[in-house]
Design a protein around this ligand. Structure first.
Ligand code: FPP
Length: 249
């Protein structure tokens, strides 16, 4: 299918792309450098990818920055990542605000230090008026943890008499998820050759298309994102149904 010559967007490209940014550690180790060097290089890729989104027709970009399982890494790596997030957010808030990007965070903030959560709040507030790309950063995020937290809130509403248990259906639970204002992802990309979803957007990705690519995250480019969006546009998504006019197999 031809691309739009004005914007480079594929006419059936993904509206919501979610990325598991993997391979920073191996990228650094291959260069004989500490793992944090790879995380810093990875953070620099985020800007290029966000900036590529409007031309590709990607309205929502969700990136996995830190999982609920990542606390199991060494204390040095965890502290280095937390410091990187603080520096990144402090430095990028203005740049993203002026590029019409709206930033949101998903995940459980309880375990994050207050300096970081204050910066996250400020970034959300300062970009709240923007209506361009919606960038969602998953920080201390786990899909199972998110469903558990959502279920707790839902159960509380039942206990408070605000929700009839008989009325709980597939439309109800997503309203309690961290992602309640976002559409489901159309395309989930994982870099670095691992074919796992590692607890990312479990509920939301039920019908997503997946791309597992060998590129390590610090080497990922806007060009590669464009190629993956074009691949997506040529796929046939059926959501469990049969294509009109086709025989069911
Ligand atoms: C996975 O690579 C990456 C992470 C756990 C951290 C992701 C963080 C960034 C890309 C940088 C910061 C992002 C923002 C939004 C500021 P890995 O360490 O698991 O790599 P490996 O599998 O090669 O060890």
């Amino acid at each position: 299918m031809p691309k739009d010559p004005e914007t480079d967007a594929h006419p059936r490209g993904p509206r919501h792309v979610a990325i598991i940014m993997d391979g920073n550690g191996r990228w650094a180790e291959a260069k004989g450098r500490p793992r944090l060097f790879g995380h810093h290089a990875g953070a620099r890729r985020v800007r290029e990818v966000v900036e590529a989104c409007p031309a590709l027709g990607v309205k929502y970009l969700t990136i996995f920055a830190f999982s609920t399982e990542n606390w199991k890494r060494t204390q040095t790596e965890v502290a280095g990542l937390m410091s990187l997030f603080r520096r990144y957010i402090a430095k990028e808030t203005r740049a993203l605000a002026t590029r019409n990007v709206r930033v949101r965070f998903i995940g459980d903030r309880v375990r994050l230090d207050q300096k970081l959560t204050d910066l996250m709040d400020r970034m959300e507030q300062e970009t709240a008026v923007n209506d361009g790309v919606n960038l969602t950063i998953a920080l201390n995020y786990g899909g199972r943890d998110e469903v558990a937290r959502a279920t707790r809130r839902l159960a509380q509403d039942v206990a408070d008499g605000l929700l009839d248990p008989a009325a709980v259906d597939e439309e109800t639970l997503p309203k309690y998820l961290d992602t309640h204002v976002l559409p489901d992802p159309d395309l989930v990309i994982r870099t670095s050759g691992e074919a796992r979803i590692s607890n990312f957007l479990l509920w939301q990705s039920a019908y997503a298309e997946y791309e597992f690519i060998d590129t390590l995250w610090p080497d990922f480019t806007a060009e590669e994102l464009g190629r993956l969006c074009a691949n997506y546009g040529s796929r046939d998504r059926r959501f469990g149904a049969v294509k009109t006019g086709a025989a069911k197999t």
